[in-house]
Design a protein around this ligand. Structure first.
Ligand code: EPU
Length: 347
């Protein structure tokens, strides 16, 4: 197993902040898993492509970097089974599927990150979620040194959440994801922006539309450092949502069920007057207020300061607490955003 000490992570996080880890372990083969030291009493963080991670401090805990490769396609009578190593790139997978006539992931095109990270936060965009096509997740358990298969139901997927953030948190590593794509396919065009496509659009046309929508709103992390949506869309009670709608008739609301409603956090941030806000080299993106960007700062602390400011302004205006989707990594390991202390607030 490859490993390295005092390893710089600036090239391994899409916020492009400076951080150094004491040791990084690269898992290239399944046999490397057996060689990992006992991590029972250590702080560590499992890092994919670093596109949903913020290194808050200059130092991080031990980093484990799964890089298992391989895509295997199995054709069944009515569906395709696709097995993918956790270290494969998500967007490349979407393109490979489409090139092989396997449809379903086109709405999830251009999402940055690795395949192994996709189940952790159940990535989703344009009306489709990872969970919709997940058959099972292969996972290596540290305690027993064994490989387990978790069915989609066992993964407990919900909006930007899964068992890997809950009871299985840091208890093992995702090694492979298995998808099931039915051969009978219909374009999913329900989301705003896609509904202008013709009903009989091909999966390639849907993918190209998703790519152009994303490119028109979301900054490319290779050009402008960011981690996509910084906050999750908050889910509030229906009665609260009705009040908000009376006060702000144009607010985008998405009914979840009889009791709960999802609110577009980007709208809340924009209408709190923060779209395009910039300070100390970081800011709220000009076109999508849910995205925080790092123009020219190399400290994670500065992004936290901005995020706390945004959270406070939204809370003060709407009495809604928005919480980050991005994972906060300090020297002690992952922390709750609420527990992070900043040295100085904006005045
Ligand atoms: N909006 C504003 N101002 C803004 C941003 C958004 O008014 O600055 C409004 C939009 O006009 C729209 C609504 O808010 O009416 C929703 O906006 P959008 O369709 O851009 O989606 P979102 O809810 O802001 C979510 C995901 C994105 C995903 C898009 C498209 C989360 C946290 N984010 O964003 O995922 O691409 O939907 O499906 O759920 C990511 O997770 O990194 C990510 C980019």
């Amino acid at each position: 197993m490859e490993s390295s000490q005092q390893f710089p992570l600036q090239m391994h996080n899409s916020f492009n902040v400076k951080a150094v880890c004491p040791t990084i372990y690269f898992l290239n083969n399944l046999s490397d898993l057996e060689l990992l030291p006992d991590l029972n009493d250590c702080n560590f963080y499992i890092l994919g492509d670093g596109t949903n991670t913020l290194f808050v401090d200059q130092n991080t805990p031990i980093i484990i970097k799964p890089d298992f490769k391989g895509i295997e396609i199995i054709e069944e009578e009515e569906s395709y089974i696709v097995r993918v190593g956790a270290g494969e790139n998500w967007h490349e997978l979407v393109k490979t599927c489409l090139a092989n006539g396997i449809y379903g992931l086109e709405n999830l095109a251009l999402i940055p990150g690795s395949v192994g990270a996709a189940p952790v936060q159940n990535i989703g965009a344009y009306g489709v979620e990872f969970a919709d096509f997940c058959k099972q997740v292969k996972w290596f358990e540290f305690l027993t040194n064994t490989h387990k298969n978790l069915s989609s139901e066992a993964c407990n997927f919900s909006y930007r959440n899964s068992i890997f953030k809950q009871s299985l948190y840091n208890k093992g590593v995702i090694t492979e994801v298995e998808f099931k794509f039915p051969k009978v396919w219909r374009a999913n065009l329900a989301y705003a922006g896609l509904n202008e496509l013709a009903k009989n659009s091909t999966a390639e046309q849907v993918m190209n539309k998703v790519i152009s929508l994303r490119q028109s709103k979301l900054p490319d992390p290779k050009v402008l450092a960011n981690a996509g949506s910084f906050f999750k869309n908050p889910i509030i009670a229906q009665a609260e949502a009705e009040q908000l709608k009376l006060q702000y008739p144009s607010i985008p609301l998405y009914v979840q069920d009889d009791e709960q409603v999802k609110v577009a956090a980007g709208w809340l941030i924009e209408h709190a007057g923060l779209r395009g806000f910039q300070k100390n080299g970081v800011g709220v993106h000009k076109r999508q207020a849910l995205v925080l960007v790092n123009y020219e700062n190399d400290s994670g602390q500065e992004i936290i300061r901005l995020a706390k400011y945004v959270q406070q302004k939204v809370l003060a205006k709407y009495k809604i607490l928005i919480s980050p989707e991005v994972r906060m990594i300090t020297e002690q390991g992952e922390q709750n955003f609420a527990d992070l202390v900043i040295d100085k607030e904006y005045i």
